[in-house]
Design a binder for this molecule. Sequence first.
Ligand code: PAF
Length: 283
Amino acid sequence: MKIINSIEEMRATLAPLAKAGKVIGLVPTMGALHDGHGSLIKTSVKECDVTVVSVFLNPIQFGKNEDLDKYPKRLEADAKLAESIGADFVFAPSVQEMYPEGDPLTLVRDESLECLYCGAYRSGHFRGVLTVVAKLFLITKANKAYFGEKDYQQVFLIERMVKDLNFDIEIHRVPIVREASGIALSSRNEYLTPEEKERALGISKGLAQAKAAYDAGERGVARLRDIVLKAILACHGQVQYIEVADQKRLQKCMGMLKADEKAVILVAAFFGKTRLIDNIELG
Ligand code: PAF
């Protein structure tokens, strides 16, 4: 396993492999790898000949008051984990390497969802994500890329970007990995105190209860949201949003869901100062 820091070297390394017909898999990350990333890497290793894990803490997807500075950084441990799962390369460019001109003038942004769900509270976040992901696709020319479903709006927008801009890459969604308790794995879980982590279970519990209600026939959007809200409030979490959206277009659902409607409940809530997101598919 090799760590590569320069775009030129990454391109020069992958070009002959692609020419030889190797299938290249890309797992984009911001580092602080956990078993959720492990599952993405494992899937890529299984499905591709070559796996590149990018580790890049992308400053342009963080707002001014967000956690860019305190985001955990541990490239050596990340590289060891990636290697142990079978990754071939870790691509870890510097900010200067990725944005030599400073903040990019050219950005990829979506026109409809950037102001909904997480986008409503993280101004500029998704255009930062889409821009860096587009750059990583262009640098690696990977055949397949792997994203976790915990960031549901993110993977939805990346799939749309690939369709809208004709990127020649397959996007693979990998299911959320949860601890035995139910909490979704996230690099941000590290910010939680043990007591906050215990209370944060309110999110996954609420989502599981709402899914059980849906499976038992509940189709009222407000009632489904209310189940999640009550579970989070019972654990003294601070809800940022709870929305039910249709899986196909990620538009907000209102009123009653159709009997067979495929929907998803999307949640963001704070426990202490830590903002967590989670979701569960219905149908
Ligand atoms: O999900 C993440 O870790 C990041 O948003 C991504 C996709 C690596 C882009 O920086």
